[in-house]
Every structure is written in C-alpha cells, then in structure tokens.
Design a protein. Sequence first.
Length: 528
Amino acid sequence: MNSPPIPVLSVMKVHDLFEQSVCRYPDNTAVIHLERKISYRDLYFRYAEMADYLKGLDIDEGDRVGLLYENSIEYVYLYFAIYKAGYIVVPVDTSVKPEMINYILRDCDARALIFQSKFRRHLPKIIDDDTGLKYLVTDKNPKLDNIRPEVITFDSIPKISAGTQMDELLSDNAIPDPAQSPHDLAAIYYTSGSTGQPKGVMLSHRNLVSNTLATVEYLKLTEKDSIIVILPFYYIYGNSLLLTHIAVGGCQVVDNRFMYPEVILDTMEKEKVTGFSGVPSNFMILLNKTSFASREFKDLRYFTQAGGAMAPEVVRKLMNAFPQKEIYIMYGQTEAAPRVSYCPPERLNDKIGSIGIPVPGVDIRIMNDDGIEVPDGEPGEITVTGDNVMLGYWNQPEEQSQVLRDGRLFTGDLGRKDEDGYTFVIGRKKEIIKTGGNRVSAKEVEERILENENVSEAAVFGVEDDILGEAVKAVIVLKEGTGLTKKEIRNFCKQKLADHKIPKFIDFMDALPKYQSGKVNKLQLAKM
C-alpha cells in the first residue's frame, strides 16, 4: 500500500520533511550504517537536542554552518538540526585538500564548523589567523593547542528524554510556523571545482523541497523503499537520496566502501534494498569488474543514474543484465537542486540516449545564443525554469548573470528535443573541442570508444596543439585480461566517427582519476 501523499503546503522548510516522517512513521528504520541502525523516533531525539543546543550559540540566524562529516547516522541528524536551529547548511566535500576547505569556509563566512574527529589533523590548515569561525563542534575533543574557535564536543551537549516533546510533535503533526518563508536561503553547495575555484550554489528551502517531492512522485517512492547510499551526502545527488527517502519515511542503507564493490553488492542483498543510485563510473565498474550482472537482487525495484551522461552501450548492458528492473536515466545540476529530467523506464528502450522529460514542476527549453527557443530537432542550449532553480551563486554576481537570465537557468549543456518532447544531450558547451576549425563533442567520442567490448572506461578532452589549435585526446581503461593498441583504437573509431573526431592522442591507464562523487576528474587528467 502506498503511503499517503505528503501535504505540500505544510512543508515549508527542509527539516519539515523529516519531522513529518517522524510523526507518520516513528518506528520505521531511518538509517542503517554497517552494524548500526536507528529509527525515526530515536533519530528525532538526536536531532532535537543538537538543534536546541546550536540555537543557543552566539551566532545569528541565517549564519553559515559548515558540515564536514562522512555519510553516517550522525550526518543525517546534524544536517537537519542545522536547519532547525535557523542556520544555513554548507556541506563540505570531505575529499578535498584542507586548503580548499579553508577557502570554502572563508568564502561563505562560516561561523561554525561541525566536523568528524577523523579530520582533526587538518584543522591547522583549515583554520587560519583570519578565520571567522567562532565554534568547532565535534564528536571528540581534537586536543589541539592554540585553537581560537570554542570547541564543543557532542558529549557536552545536554540530552533530552523521550516524552513530552515527542508527544507534542506527534500531536501537532509538525505543523511549521506560517511566518517561515520557503524562499529563504537553506544551503550552499560548492561545486566540484572542475574549472578553477568552486562556486557556492545557493539553494532555498523551496528549491530543495519542491525537487524532493517531484522526485518522490516519479520514482513512486513509499515508506517501504530503501536505498543503498554509496554517493556522499555533500554531493547534491547524494543529498537528493537523503531527502527523498526521509520525505517518505523510507530507509537509507549507508555503505562508504565502494572501493570494495563486492562488499556493496553483499550489503544490497543482506539489507534487501529496493533501490540503487549511481553515477556512470559506478555502473561501469559494477558491470565490468564484479559479479553484479550475475546476481538476482530479488528485492531491488529500480536503478537511477545521473551525475553525467552514461554511454548508450552501458545503458544497454544494464538493461540486458536486469530486464525486470526499472531503470531511470536522469539529468540534473547542483544549480537545479538537482533534478531536471528523467526518462520513464518504459520508454528507455526506444529513447536510448535521452535524458527524458521534465520532472514535475520543471520546464525545459532548447534555446539559441540569442535566448530564443529553437524548433524540435535543432540543437541549442538546455535551459530550465521551475521552483527548483537556484537563487544564484554566493558572492559571484558575474558568474550568476551568465547562467540566470530572464528567470531561466542556462545549463551550459547542448541538446535537442525530438518530436515527442524528449531531450537529448549533445555535449557540454565547455567540452566542445575546437580542432582544425571543426567542433567535436567529447561526449560523442567517449560513447563511440565505449562501444568497443574491450574498453571499460574512457575520458575525452581537448589539449593544445601547434597545428590544430586544439586536438582530441582520449584516456582509456581496458577491461582486465584484454589488450588494445592505439592503432586499434583509432581504427575502431574510424568505423564510427568522422576523421576530425578521431583522437590524435591516446593514453592507457589502470583507472581514471575521480572525485569522491564518482565523476571523472578531467581537470586532473588534463594536468597529467
């Protein structure tokens, strides 16, 4: 039986999603992490005591609070507690250098940092003489001398008992204060920084809540659903998994060990998850290097894929391996909170390569450089409008003016629509290689190379060239036990691509460098 619909008008702020699920499903398991599990009721107590304490800190409502924590039960209640206390959440990428964390905290002028004690060794580089941080909140005392911000440990925070507060919450049905504005800034998500310094994407409560409810709708999520979480919560795709499953009273099975993919597959079977979400590299690794395709996963209902285009050949392999499972190919951006479109599973076979149709409440149009919508079939830039579109970039008005124009988000992705209104991504504006006067889509070349049965992964980008100005370069990972030469790769490409699209330079690697989110780090590849 499906859960009753979430009353949209009563959800004003992100933490209302959590509180309403506490009211409706207090005994449901909210999070499983390794051998630990916690119900919505018990998660609420941890959340409430943390929120009460944070609210009493000597910082102002609307101040920024950094969250430097790995996926865990603690991350979940800390994330919602920051909202409840009236602050703006700044999820921090745990994989970046401490100097970058310093940059992010300084850029957003954070007043507090909640961090996992395992990162305490980085504090001397995270905190400098000019820090605006007033508080450090952590699970264990960092025991470092000469730290200017006040240090607060979890065990010093007063505990609240079950009883009155929970009863009041349940009886009031977590009705939010009508004076609250869903348009208030909720969170700042810093992009991965694939080009230059990262940008702070400002998302409002309405951005996050509206997109969460839209995603719940098309994925048909209920309180019976559970998701294996391998994507970090600080990454907007991982954050979407967190919010959608909390919104319906579902369960999140956290496993941070994707470097041992068979362990992840074992966890999926043990916990009987109903959903799996990943980026293209996750699926390529599972399909090419594990027992993934030979497992049945009796309880699994669906897969979702986003975080970059997945080659049609890889999609076909997934479809062939799991013909009875629903496969959602999705498209989004951090700037869109994040979901923009999805391809309904029943149309995947005849719309292979498409990112599908808009999620509920979102409008997609293909526009030319003059901001005019182009006819179906013609290429242009993918633009988006809806309640999910960001407020803007933190302290970067020039960058903001380039992507937010006339109420629309210009994604920087090139695409076209077919006669049925399905959108296809042609390439990235910044990943169009201009070689010898020709324009080459890196995405197109990658997809053709991945059609070779001996190729596991491929990344294509432009490099400086004295003759062509820019030349096409491919970095390729071969499947174990196979061998291909550069000449064989070029000959294979000649069967599929025009001459000017064939890589001039080819390198082989054992693995492509990736961000912790799983996306390929092309900036690092280019530097190498």
